[in-house]
Design a protein around this ligand. Structure first.
Ligand code: PRX
Length: 624
């Protein structure tokens, strides 16, 4: 199948597209140009469909009573919900009608800032149903970050909830949205799900009780006929620069790819209960909680809580309670749970599990082995799925039962995916089987992003400029003697903290926005649980005294500017930063010091003032 997928992509993908219900079946399958200056990616271009109808309506006739979503709330004493495809249809239609009542239609943008509650799924599918474009903002982002994203896509409506329960605590989402909306157009409406019933302030004329409005809305709403290349969603992600970019995914190709990868990578069969622990605020939640599984008529579990509350057995309790068959999580969660000891796992009945998955960052062999032996009891293949917000779905992964697995390797390309290892300097493909270099892809696959919202030039420059004719991933990789792929991590200024992707430049801009900070440089360093931690070198304004209190103040400042996920782990006071004579910060050196690897600093002779390096080494924070 793989050989055919690359030798006859048109044939392969036109057959794969038959898994969807099209309103008009596509005849033009693929039209792709990776040439910098005229990058264009189109799949199934003349086909029309509705994504929500594919994820909901078409399952009704035969499987209306089947559970579409199992919802497990934060608090285990609150009852779980089993939402059938029929109930899903009703709720999606109700929400779609509310959106229409507030003037939302084809092509309009809607921002979602929600907990992991069924309404998040209803909202995404309601947008898809009426042809609106959703942009989900992770509920851990700050009001500032939310405001930027509302303005960035010119949203008409924000959907949020009063509060988000997580780990027994509550985040005041509505109040965050209130703060964000101060900086937005007055016409932006705010629809509020009543999740906890907690106190919120209300702005008449702007705020709408969505729970009540849905109750009053009609349960039927026609599905718009959309073009395959009409945008389905925008999702902001971090890059090398300070400004996150709005990744745009379209309807037909994205859904074909999400559905096929979900079925094949997880060996999904009817009757399975599939659980992906991601948040819908990230791409993993889009493709592998909502779109892929629901397009396949699957039962997908949605979890509101955290792995360690009420205690570190929660994941395994949920697996037992709902007889989960496929379990898909991030290495950071595996490492955190591994540290809590085996009793939390072995006390639960995990005999229903068949496949385990990981995603988001390289998994260290120790965590992989623990996952395999303790959670999977040596009988569940582990799929280590490598992909990105930009790629829409899995690019490299072993297929369970078909491929060997190796602890820490993403192994093989998915159908239609053509990885190449490039020499980072020359940009030449390394032909030898064993190779180390940067990871790029030779041709397109249907789930690939199409553009950066409002900035196609940035799309071309980010992914297609440095290595001509390829999609450049930003990751380094190694291909071993068997031809299997190992991801070695980002080669740009993006770091991966607990599976959350972050631009070091974003943290730097937040730091320098503080009045006491003159200059800042941020790098990643190895962290036992988070994968990478955030290491900040900060130069203070003249006359400002460094102190532990100031460290705390800066840490809180960054949390406020971006969100808790961007909290600096280590802040080192740097009287000076290592710079070239032309004033460029030499990050390579800062990275080495943060990694505690300063024996290998390399050439420092081009520094304007080599003495700053000695000071930084002497006062480094990461002495472990
Ligand atoms: O560096 C790679 C890492 O996560 C980056 C993509 O992050 P994001 O767009 O947030 O998407 C995460 C979920 C798809 C990649 O450039 N990454 C993702 N999966 C893996 C990985 N690194 C190693 N192994 C993986 N399985």
């Amino acid at each position: 199948m793989y050989a055919r997928s690359v030798s006859d992509p048109e044939g392969f993908w036109s057959e794969a597209a038959e898994r969807l219900d099209w309103m008009r079946a596509p005849q033009r399958i693929k039209d792709v140009d990776f040439t910098h200056g005229r990058v264009a990616i189109r799949w199934f271009e003349d086909g029309t469909l509705n994504v929500a109808a594919n994820c909901v309506d078409r399952h009704l006739a035969e499987h209306g009573a089947r559970t579409a979503i199992v919802w497990e709330p934060d608090d285990p004493s609150e009852p779980a919900q089993h939402i059938s495809y029929r109930a899903l249809h009703e709720n999606v239609c109700r929400m779609a009608n509310v959106l229409k009542d507030h003037g939302v239609g084809r092509g309009d943008r809607v921002v979602l800032y929600l907990p992991m509650i069924p309404e998040a799924a209803y909202a995404m599918l309601a947008c898809a149903r009426i042809g609106a474009i959703h942009s989900v903002v992770f509920a851990g982002f700050s009001p500032d970050a939310l405001g930027q994203r509302i303005n960035g896509c010119g949203a008409k409506v924000v959907i949020t909830a009063d509060e988000a329960p997580r780990g027994g605590r509550r985040t005041a989402l509505k109040s965050n949205a209130d703060k964000a909306l101060i900086h937005c157009d007055d016409r932006v409406k705010c629809l509020v799900v009543k999740r906890t019933g907690g106190q919120t302030t209300w702005t008449e004329g702007r705020d709408v009780d969505l729970t009540a409005a849905m109750r009053a809305a009609a349960t039927d709403c026609p599905a718009e006929e959309m073009g395959a290349e009409d945008p389905l969603f925008i999702l902001y992600t971090s890059g090398s620069t300070g400004q996150p970019k709005g990744v745009v995914h379209t309807s037909g190709g994205y859904l074909v790819y999400a559905a096929l990868t979900h079925e094949v990578t997880f060996d999904y069969h009817p009757g399975d209960v599939y659980w992906c622990t991601a948040d819908v605020g990230w791409v993993t939640g889009h493709s592998y909680i909502i779109y892929g599984p629901l397009a396949n008529g699957a039962t997908t579990l949605m979890f509101e809580g955290v792995p360690t509350w009420p205690d570190a057995s929660r994941f395994w309790q949920v697996c037992e309670k709902h007889s989960v068959t496929q379990f898909y999580t991030a290495p950071t969660a595996i490492r955190a749970l591994m540290g809590q000891g085996n009793d939390f796992v072995t006390g639960c009945d995990l005999s229903s599990l068949r496949i385990l998955g990981t995603v988001g960052e390289p998994i260290n062999p120790e965590a992989w082995t623990w996952y395999n032996e303790v959670v999977g009891q040596n009988r569940c293949p582990i799929v280590d799925t490598y992909w990105q917000t930009e790629t829409g779905g899995h690019l490299l992964t072993p297929l369970p039962g078909a491929h060997a697995t190796k602890p820490g390797a993403a192994m093989k390309p998915f159908f239609g995916v053509q990885p190449v290892v490039l020499d980072p300097e020359s940009g030449q493909e390394i032909e030898a089987t064993e190779a180390t270099g940067v990871l790029a892809f030779r041709d397109s696959w249907p789930g690939q992003m199409r553009t950066v919202w409002g900035d196609h030039e940035r799309f071309e420059n980010t992914y297609f400029q440095q290595y001509k004719g390829y999609y450049f991933s930003g990751d380094g990789c190694r291909r071993d003697a068997d031809g299997d792929y190992w991801i070695t991590g980002r080669v740009d200024d993006v770091i991966n903290v607990s599976g959350h992707r972050m631009g070091t430049a974003e943290v730097e801009s937040a730091l320098v926005a503080h009045e006491k900070v003159a200059e800042a440089a941020v790098v990643g360093y190895p962290h036992d649980v988070k994968g990478q931690g955030i290491y900040c070198y900060v130069t203070l304004m003249n006359g400002v005294e460094p102190s532990d209190d100031l460290r705390k103040e800066l840490r809180n400042w960054v949390r406020q500017e971006i969100g808790p996920i961007a909290s600096p782990d280590l802040i080192q006071w740097a009287p000076g930063l290592p710079k070239t004579r032309s004033g460029k910060i030499m990050r390579r050196i800062l990275r080495k010091i943060a990694e505690n690897d300063y024996g290998a600093l390399g050439d420092t002779s081009t520094l304007a003032d080599p003495a700053v390096v000695d000071d930084l080494i002497e006062n480094r924070m990461n002495k472990g």
